[in-house]
Design a protein. Structure first.
Lengths: 163, 155
C-alpha cells in the first residue's frame, strides 16, 4: 500500500493506492448490510467472504495504520456494493471507529467527499480502481465525510474500519 | 395585519383576524369559540366557520402530553434538518439521555425508531449540545435513545 498526498490541508485524509486486488466484484454474493454501521440502510450490500477479507487485509500497510492510530484494536474489513442512489449525508462515524481506509474496487463515479465543520466542501477522495483514502476520524480539525452514488451503476468498495 | 404583540387583546378582533386577516374590522357572527379559532371549523358552536391554521399540533387545547422540540436534526441515511419531539417533562434538549423516547409528531404518538442521528449545537434549548459541538445519538426499535454524546466541531 502506498500512501500519497494529504487530500486537503484541513482534513486528516491521505490518498492511498494498493496493488491490484483482482477481485471479480460483480460476481460476488452480497447481502443487505445489517444496519450495524448505519440503521435504516436499504441501498448498501455487503459480501461476507472471510478469505477475501483476509486477502484485502494482506494488501494493507498495517504498520502505517499502527503509526497513525497507535491505539487501534481491530481492523474490520468490509466489502460493499452500493446501489445507485445510495447516500450518506455529511457525518462522522461512531466513536469506536478511529479511522477508515476506503479502496475503490472498480472505477467508481463517486468517492468519499469531505467537508469542514460548517459543511463546506473541501475535497473528494480518488474514485479509480485500487485507489482510495485513509481518514482519521474524530481528530482535529474536525471534518465530516459523505458519499452519494449518483451513477446508474453499482459502486464497489472495500473499507477497512480501524477500531 | 396581525394580532398585536402587546396591549389589550380583543376576542372579536382576533376572530376578525382569523377570518379576514383584518384585526379590528370585519363582520363576525357570534358566538365566537376560541376552540374553533384555534382548531378551525365551527364544531364548538361558533357563528362562523374558522380556517384551519397551524394544523401540525391540533387539537388545542392539548389532549396530549406536553412536548418540546429538537430542531435541525440530520439522519445519516439521507434526511436533513427536520424536527423531532419529546416529553416536556425532560426539560431542555441538553437533558436528553439514554432511555428517553423521541417522536415524529408533537402528539408524542409515533416514535422515531431505529435511526442514527446528529444535530449541530447552537446553544438554544432545542439543541442537545452547545455551540461548536455536534450531538450524535440513535434510537432503538422503540424510539428510545440508545446512545448520545456531544463532539467538538471547533476548527
Amino acid at each position: 500500500m502506498i500512501v500519497k498526498d494529504k487530500l486537503h490541508k484541513d482534513v486528516l485524509a491521505w490518498e492511498v493506492e494498493v496493488e491490484d486486488l483482482n477481485i471479480d466484484v460483480e460476481n460476488l454474493d452480497y447481502k443487505l448490510q445489517d444496519g450495524s454501521l448505519f440503521r435504516k440502510i436499504t441501498t448498501r450490500f455487503e459480501n461476507h467472504d472471510q478469505d477475501l477479507k483476509n486477502k484485502i487485509l494482506s494488501f494493507l500497510d498495517v504498520n502505517y495504520i499502527k503509526e497513525k492510530v497507535p491505539d487501534y484494536k481491530e481492523i474490520d474489513i468490509r466489502i460493499f456494493k452500493d446501489l445507485p442512489g445510495f447516500e450518506l449525508i455529511p457525518h462522522v462515524d461512531k466513536r469506536e471507529h478511529k479511522a477508515f481506509l476506503m479502496i475503490n474496487l472498480i472505477d467508481n463515479k463517486n468517492s468519499t467527499t469531505f467537508f469542514n465543520y460548517e459543511k463546506k466542501f473541501l475535497a473528494e477522495a480518488p474514485n479509480k480502481k485500487n485507489k482510495g483514502v485513509f481518514h482519521i476520524l474524530h481528530g482535529s480539525p474536525f471534518a465530516y465525510h459523505a458519499i452519494k452514488n449518483t451513477s446508474n451503476k453499482n459502486r464497489y468498495t472495500t473499507i477497512a474500519f480501524i477500531k | 395585519m396581525a394580532v398585536p404583540g402587546s396591549g389589550q387583546l380583543s376576542q372579536l378582533a382576533m376572530a376578525q383576524e382569523a377570518l379576514y386577516g383584518t384585526y379590528g374590522s370585519g363582520s363576525v357572527t357570534g358566538p365566537i369559540s376560541l376552540y374553533d379559532m384555534v382548531n378551525g371549523g365551527n364544531t364548538n358552536g361558533s357563528g362562523n366557520s374558522y380556517p384551519a391554521i397551524n394544523t401540525n399540533c391540533t387539537p388545542n387545547p392539548a389532549q396530549r402530553t406536553a412536548y418540546l422540540t429538537l430542531t435541525g436534526i440530520d439522519e445519516i441515511m439521507g434526511s436533513s434538518s427536520f424536527t423531532l419531539y419529546y416529553n416536556a417533562s425532560i426539560g431542555n434538549a441538553s437533558n436528553l439521555a439514554v432511555g428517553d423516547r423521541l417522536y415524529t409528531d408533537c402528539r408524542l404518538e409515533t416514535p422515531y425508531v431505529y435511526s442514527d442521528l446528529f444535530q449541530p449545537g447552537t446553544g438554544d434549548t432545542t439543541t442537545i449540545c452547545g455551540s461548536g459541538f455536534n450531538a450524535f445519538f440513535g434510537t432503538d426499535s422503540n424510539g428510545d435513545i440508545d446512545y448520545i454524546y456531544c463532539q467538538n466541531t471547533n476548527p
